[in-house]
Design a protein around this ligand. Structure first.
Ligand SMILES: NC(=O)c1ccc[n+]([C@@H]2O[C@H](COP(=O)([O-])OP(=O)(O)OC[C@H]3O[C@@H](n4cnc5c(N)ncnc54)[C@H](O)[C@@H]3O)[C@@H](O)[C@H]2O)c1
Length: 244
């Protein structure tokens, strides 16, 4: 029960890795704020948690929108008190070459994937107890990528740099911040990825389950990882280690 008595915000908690993480944290005693753009999906996860005897609320949020992020944090504090864990999981992808993508679409990806990490750190940390932890969800695309996903790959690379720098700043408050870099994970995001469907991005059979990522995220968010700070844990079944 590593999250007993702890308040945990999980963005993207309505689907895939975020959903699995929210369920795992709740199973281990956490009071979970399931935050997602899709309210019905967030509510479904919160209902699943409650049906299993856990504690959760749903919060609709566009994680790239400052006012909405602040509202989600305020509702977490109002419902459960101080925050102990924030999982920045929500993200999006686009599939266009750099010279063709609309400026607004590039900046939308950056705001959603990277801006969200900034906003939840900026506005969440003042409400976090010492011993708290932030876990950011990066991607193997921060390390090796394909054509037409440069906004996504850039945002994920920046998340890992953000994580390193933020760890230095947050150490005095006794708050840790780490990242996971998933490989291919069986979620709607993977199944709907046109590069994966066409074979441009080869997943080579190494496909993980959302629960595999939830296990790593919960480790980093818990006191088991008390001496792990500012780092990125690659969770990809060894995919980055082998040549395509
Ligand atoms: N699935 C993979 O193969 C894979 C690989 C590497 C990294 N990742 C990362 O894992 C994380 C979760 O992805 P997933 O595969 O579970 O995807 P998913 O599509 O199953 O879930 C993503 C969730 O994020 C929500 N979301 C999207 N934009 C949002 C916004 N602006 N505000 C709030 N919520 C928003 C969606 O509604 C959805 O519920 C992402 O950061 C993704 O980049 C996934």
């Amino acid at each position: 029960m590593r999250f007993a008595g702890k308040t945990c915000i999980v963005t993207g908690g309505g689907s895939g890795i975020g959903r699995a993480t929210a369920l795992q944290m709740a199973r281990e005693g956490g009071r979970v704020v399931v935050a997602d753009l899709q309210l019905a999906a967030a509510q479904a996860t919160a209902t699943e948690i409650a049906a299993a005897g856990g504690a959760a609320i749903a919060s609709q949020v566009d994680v790239g929108n400052s006012a909405q992020v602040q509202a989600t944090i305020a509702s977490a504090v109002a419902q459960y008190g101080a925050i102990d864990a924030i999982v920045n999981d929500a993200a999006m992808m686009t599939f266009h070459p750099i010279v063709e993508i609309a400026e607004a679409d590039f900046f939308h990806v950056i705001a959603t994937n990277l801006g969200s990490v900034f906003l939840f750190t900026k506005y969440g940390v003042p409400h976090m107890r010492p011993g708290g932890a932030i876990v950011n969800v990066s991607s193997v695309h921060a390390h090796a990528t394909t054509a037409n996903v440069v906004p996504y790959a850039s945002s994920k690379g920046a998340i890992e740099a953000f994580t390193r720098g933020a760890a230095i700043e947050l150490a005095a408050s006794k708050i840790r911040i780490n990242a996971v870099a998933p490989g291919a994970v069986d979620t709607p995001m993977l199944r709907n990825n046109p590069n994966v469907k066409s074979g441009v991005e080869k997943v080579q059979g190494a496909i993980g389950k959302p629960e595999d990522l939830a296990a790593a995220i919960c480790f980093l968010a818990s006191d088991d990882a008390a001496f792990v700070n500012g780092t990125t844990l690659v969770v990809d079944g060894g995919r980055l280690d082998s040549l395509p």
